[in-house]
Write a protein that binds this ligand. Structure first.
Ligand SMILES: CC(C)(COP(=O)(O)OP(=O)(O)OC[C@H]1O[C@@H](n2cnc3c(N)ncnc32)[C@H](O)[C@@H]1OP(=O)(O)O)[C@@H](O)C(=O)NCCC(=O)NCCS
Length: 249
């Protein structure tokens, strides 16, 4: 969520031109992504349709289930799948899963009007510590086990001056039809187990601010690290750019 932090981590700082996200986050370098040159792999995953079209990426039940073999599906009796999460995605995940995350990151970027894309299926230097998660529809829509992806989020490992290394929720986006349906609220206890004391990066959207204030104990965490608690609305628009959090190194 923090442009500066993400810029440091993803290495992209390309000016935002609306309706032209061919220019967003196009990297230098020639890393190969599953046999495809990086410069080709990224444009290949621009969301289908026009700029305002939202079309869920498709994964399969098998891909989703296999994803959990690589990372903690269950921690202290808290199961990610029982908390509504369909798949975990990391640097070593299949390109199809990583592309699904990138497509959702495009929708996040377009809606929140950020200057750059926060997730690339093929990232410079591969952030091996990140963990992204996918929400999907409950049931496949065909006999091939195809699942529509309805949301995603991404956690990245940060290093803060005051509290040292800890994970941060960098961004999260849920399909508009599924908002206020409890996706994030249901997953939150799993995230708290998986990333103890995680930070939520700013700026916060008004919805995210309300989510945190009324549904989580995030303010207790802020107070415990000496940061001011979040209010329901810090600015007239409710969107605050001031970080209530410790400074990253
Ligand atoms: C913010 C967002 C991720 C929340 O996910 P969600 O799955 O819709 O959230 P939940 O359904 O779990 O919300 C639970 C509670 O959070 C609060 N909340 C969430 N969205 C809210 C909104 N738009 N207005 C007021 N309260 C809201 C409510 O208390 C809600 O409970 P209720 O519906 O019973 O009143 C989602 O709205 C979204 O993707 N928004 C666009 C992208 C975005 O803003 N990302 C965060 C960037 S900082």
């Amino acid at each position: 969520m923090s442009p500066i932090i993400a810029e440091r981590n993803i290495g992209q700082n390309v000016p935002h031109h609306r309706r032209s996200d061919a220019q967003v986050g196009v990297p230098s370098g020639g890393i190969m992504a599953d046999g495809m040159p990086r410069v080709a792999a990224i444009p290949a995953n621009f969301p289908p349709g026009g700029y305002y079209c939202i079309q869920p990426p498709i994964i399969t039940v098998q891909l989703a289930e296999n994803a959990w073999l690589q990372d903690n599906e269950c921690i202290d009796g808290i199961s990610a799948q029982e908390h509504g999460l369909s798949a975990v995605v990391q640097a070593s995940s299949s390109l199809r899963l990583r592309r699904a995350v990138q497509q959702i990151a495009h929708y996040f970027h377009r809606e929140l009007q950020y200057d750059f894309l926060q997730y690339c299926a093929v990232e410079d230097g591969r952030d091996v510590d990140h963990r992204a998660y996918l929400w999907t529809d409950d049931y496949p829509y065909d006999d091939k086990g195809s699942l529509e992806v309805l949301g995603a989020c991404c956690f990245r490992l940060r290093d803060y001056k005051e509290v040292g290394e800890r994970y941060a929720l960098q961004w999260v986006w849920i399909h508009p039809y599924k908002r206020r349906g409890g996706f994030l609220k249901k997953a939150w206890p799993y995230f708290e187990k998986r990333f103890p004391g995680f930070v939520v990066e700013t700026p916060l959207s008004p919805a995210m601010r309300k989510f945190l204030v009324y549904n989580t104990s995030y303010n207790d965490l802020l107070i415990s690290v000496g940061a001011p608690p979040l209010l329901d609305s810090d600015t007239p628009s409710g969107r605050s750019n001031s970080s209530p959090l410790p400074n990253p190194k």
